[in-house]
Design a protein around this ligand. Sequence first.
Ligand SMILES: Nc1ncnc2c1ncn2[C@@H]1O[C@H](COP(=O)(O)OP(=O)(O)OP(=O)(O)O)[C@@H](O)[C@H]1O
Length: 220
Amino acid sequence: MTGTGEYAVQLRAVWLRLGREAVLRGIDLDIPQGEHVTLLGPNGAGKTSLLRLLASALRPARGEGRILGYDLRDAAAVREQIHLMPVDAALYPDLTCRENLEFALRMHSRPLSGVSEALARVHLTDAEDRRTRFLSAGMRRRLALARAWVLARPLTLVDEPFANLDTAGRELVLELLGDLTTRGTTLIIAAHEPELAARLAPRQLHVAAGQLREVREAAR
Ligand SMILES: Nc1ncnc2c1ncn2[C@@H]1O[C@H](COP(=O)(O)OP(=O)(O)OP(=O)(O)O)[C@@H](O)[C@H]1O
């Protein structure tokens, strides 16, 4: 496959096997840079697995893929382009809120600026020196959101951003991820809340039985 940087994601005939199961069965996908996409589908359909494949954390059994023009098999290059925010937030429990954000910036060789602003935007300024193991689940999700926001990777992948959040938390998700979408980031989110997700990512893809189906683009 000839890749082009005009696309954030290009998949061709991609199969993904996990254990004995074929989770993805020969899928094709084109996502232009700057597009915002929601993955819908029932529990166990393969949304998280697809996000992990795009993050080069899982390797396709067959087929080819490119992320911003880089071959999916070149994990180091792909990881420079992406950020995956998993459901469990994946923070370092013994680092403080501030240290978690600074560590993420260092990993991407970025200056340590914007951390205070990011913490303020998710209302964690008062908790900045607290180790994340002592945060509530909702606070951890907000910190993970702040990390995605401060990193602002060209391709940001977010797994179930609205799950287990109160109304204010959901508004924060809409605000911060919405901010990323206006800054040119390509955003792919997996969600079980189609109406809410459509406010961020109007192109909707349904994942089921190892296949992707385009849902009519939600009204903006
Ligand atoms: N590490 C693994 N080893 C084997 N099978 C796995 C593994 N991870 C996921 N699976 C299987 O792959 C399938 C897809 O799981 P996945 O987590 O991608 O679904 P999902 O669409 O994100 O579901 P949910 O909406 O519940 O989060 C499921 O059948 C799951 O059991």
